[in-house]
Write a protein that binds this ligand. Structure first.
Ligand code: GLA
Length: 725
């Protein structure tokens, strides 16, 4: 890994996987020259040629006939000849939206900078070097510091910007992207993850056309509609072959991700805060830091990109203390009790759970509600003792007395109209004076930009955490933001509220997780509505969907596996017919879908027959053995011969063992069998199937493949475990 300067005008950031090269033209224009597979050295190849065009702008630049219309600016602005999407837009005090920052200097930092008030990746046990570039518009009194951090040996560069107002005037930041990247004119496919509640992380892939293509969230949180991620890749790229550029934002609020293909086919890609929902007043002397963006390059297809993200998020983003910690197998009360919780039910369910080997009992929603619905009580985090005599203390003691851990559900950001909290502090809810606020799931949201509200949430959680009653929290958030206003924020700063909400959330999470580092928090937002890298910085696992149907879960987990390692996801075996889809699947299939992730159960155990309970006990026994090596194994998606199959494998770090799970979606006589080439094995190892003892070489399994017969059943799973002999 190195960052080197050549001839004072070129910087080459590289490691064994990637190179990122920029040039300073004429001492002032910072341009991108290359990002991709590692180069030994860059000697100014591939520079575009320009010719004189009519209807073009002219510039003070030594490059003959230069056109700023397709000049590869590293951090572009509009206003003097580049009409493509700008990375930064600033309005000066005179009301004019214009800045002209030019290159000033660069230097190397031997560390990974942390971002003020924002979650970001950290160096951990790896070496990291950072390039800091300063661009300046002296006239406006504006400095832009651009940061590029490179980790050892992986195709990852992290990016963010710091904007400083060094002058005397007040500046308005209208748009400030976390990264902008120029890619050469070529055909690319765009890939993103779209979805909705209960059907998150669907794959959206299409060829890029001329003009702008954009995904975004304006919902105040990262949302299930679009993950703050996209990838650009060659149209030929598959799971395992081809170039991919991945972009992911470490942020939980409004974002935008866009790509512009200009008239010559050049590509500009950006990701950052959603400019339509943002305007930040930067007074003299103040600075603003953008969220961090992750730039990921792989020449080994989508799996290569996923391996980079998984590595980064497991080792350099999620809390270190949890990245190598086996997660307890849990029983969650939601689908068995919903709001109607009682001490008796908890006692019965947890006794069976304990007998089956479950390690953590999670009491979901309902415990504090006045009635068995979602119309009241949000914000009044007091246990309803009519349901649970003795309160949470009693429940926790009961669970602990059975040798299990105890977890509790909260939705700390919400407030019901029918709550003592709302009656006392109506102003604490996000609202616009003189307008009736909009409810979502019958609730409002607290104004997390306020310090008093942040303190209220911290103190509330403190009450439950300080007595060691709780080992796990499910941190839910069940609605998007509306009425985005804080009555404490001045008129000229109203455009800051949604970002300040997110900063407030991070402040609360930071305080709680620092004070109670051993409490495991699982993020949830009606499932995966706020599953993003920023949340992962605080909460090491996330509930991916309210849809617990095994068939649908394959797709959801498949989508999320593009970005997140299995240890970041919770997956539960639920009752059948499934409550969301009515689909019936075997207990074995439900387990096969959940077992490669943080395993849990979410069903009424009293309704399981003895036979089913035995099967669950065996699953748990098996999982407790396998999870030890699975903790640090790599999750790979294998190419499938057709869409009827989805195939995962989990390969141990040293490649000495692996598990393959194949999902046959439908019985379709058009196929005689499924044949799958496996990836990520050691070609020189011989592997034995632990069930039938058959032996295959790693090369054979990767080049020829493994076959499974067509089974006359919809949604059938095959599972194989191989060990090196
Ligand atoms: C959300 C969550 C569910 C459950 C309910 C409780 O929908 O995603 O898992 O916790 O809230 O109200």
């Amino acid at each position: 890994m190195s960052i080197t300067f050549h001839h004072n005008n070129i910087v080459h950031i590289k490691n064994s996987a990637i190179s990122y090269v920029m040039e300073v033209v004429d001492g002032k224009y910072l341009v991108n020259r290359y990002f991709g597979k590692s180069l030994r050295e860059y000697r100014l190849s591939g520079i575009p040629h320009y010719f004189k065009r009519v209807y073009n702008t002219e510039h003070d630049c030594s490059i003959e006939n230069v056109s700023f219309d397709d000049f590869p600016f590293e951090y572009p602005v509009r206003g003097f000849g580049d009409y493509r999407i700008p990375a930064i837009t600033v309005t000066q005090q005179n009301g004019i939206e214009f800045i002209n920052p030019i290159f000033k200097s660069w230097k190397i930092l031997s560390e990974k900078p942390q971002l003020d008030g924002l979650p970001s990746t950290f160096a951990g046990n790896s070496k990291v070097e950072t390039l800091e570039i300063l661009c300046e518009d002296k006239q406006a009194g504006l400095q832009i510091f651009l940061y590029y951090s490179i980790f050892d040996d992986k195709g990852i560069i992290t990016r963010h910007q710091k904007i400083v107002n060094t002058g005397n005037q007040t500046l308005k930041l209208q748009n400030v992207q976390s990264l902008s990247l120029e890619l050469p004119a070529q055909d690319y496919d765009f890939l993103s993850l779209f979805g909705t509640h209960a059907k998150e992380a669907n794959i959206n892939r299409f060829p890029i056309h001329y003009g702008i293509q954009k995904i975004e969230s304006a919902r105040g949180s990262s949302s299930p509609q679009h993950q703050p991620f996209f990838a650009l890749m060659s149209p030929q790229t598959t799971e395992n072959i081809g170039e991919v550029y991945g972009f992911h934002l470490v942020y939980s609020g409004n974002f935008m991700a866009q790509v512009e293909k200009d008239q010559f086919g050049n590509i500009r890609a950006q990701i950052g805060l959603n400019k339509d929902e943002f305007c930040w007043t930067l007074s003299a002397g103040q600075s603003f830091t953008t969220p961090e963006a992750i730039l990921n390059y792989s020449c080994n297809g989508l799996n290569g990109m996923s391996q980079n993200f998984h590595w980064l998020y497991k080792n350099h983003l999620m809390p270190k203390r949890f990245s190598d910690k086996i997660r307890p197998i849990l029983l969650n009360s939601w689908e068995s009790m919903y709001y109607d919780v009682s001490l008796d039910k908890i006692d019965v369910q947890s006794s069976i759970a304990q007998k089956l080997g479950i390690e953590l009992f999670v009491l979901d929603d309902g415990w504090f509600r006045k009635e068995n619905n979602s119309y009241s009580s949000m914000g009044d985090w007091v246990c309803n003792e009519n349901k649970l005599a003795g309160g949470i203390k009693k429940v926790a003691e009961l669970i602990h007395s059975k040798g299990m851990q105890f977890g509790l559900w909260f939705e700390p950001e919400a407030i019901s109209e029918n709550s003592d909290l709302y009656r006392t502090h109506p102003d604490w809810a996000l609202h616009i004076p003189n307008y009736k606020p909009t409810k979502g799931r019958h609730e409002y949201l607290l104004d997390l930009s306020r310090k008093d509200v942040q303190n209220f949430i911290i103190q509330t959680l403190d009450l439950y955490l300080k007595n060691n009653l709780i080992d796990y929290i499910k941190w839910d958030m069940n609605r998007p933001l509306t009425d985005v206003n804080s009555i404490l924020i001045d008129t000229e700063r109203k455009g800051e509220v949604s970002h300040r909400y997110v900063l407030g959330l991070y402040k609360v999470l930071d305080t709680i997780t620092k004070k109670y580092p051993d409490v495991l928090i699982e993020g949830c937002s009606s499932g995966g509505a706020r599953f993003d890298p920023a949340m992962l910085y605080y909460v090491p696992q996330n509930w991916t969907s309210d849809n617990t149907d095994a068939f649908d879960r394959v797709g959801i987990q498949f989508g999320y596996s593009l970005l997140y390692p299995p240890i970041a996801m919770g997956a539960h075996v639920s009752i059948t017919p499934n409550h969301q889809t009515g689909r019936t699947t075997s207990l074995n299939t439900r387990y096969q879908v959940a077992k490669l992730f943080n395993l849990g159960y979410e069903l009424d155990l009293t309704k399981c027959t003895d036979e089913e309970q035995n099967e669950i006990a065996n699953q748990i026994k098996q999982h407790k053995i396998e999870r030890n090596w699975q903790l640090n194994a790599n999750l790979l998606r294998n190419d499938s011969p057709n869409e009827n199959y989805a195939v995962w494998s989990l390969v141990s770090e040293d490649k000495s063992q692996f598990e393959v799970v194949i999902f046959q979606k439908f019985h379709n006589p058009l196929f005689s069998h499924g044949k799958f080439k496996l990836y990520g094995l050691n070609p020189d190892f011989d592997y034995m199937n632990v069930d039938d003892k058959s032996v295959f070489g790693g090369d054979e399994l990767m080049q020829v493949g493994l076959t499974v017969p067509l089974i006359k059943e919809d949604f059938h799973t095959f599972s194989f475990k191989f060990v090196k002999i």
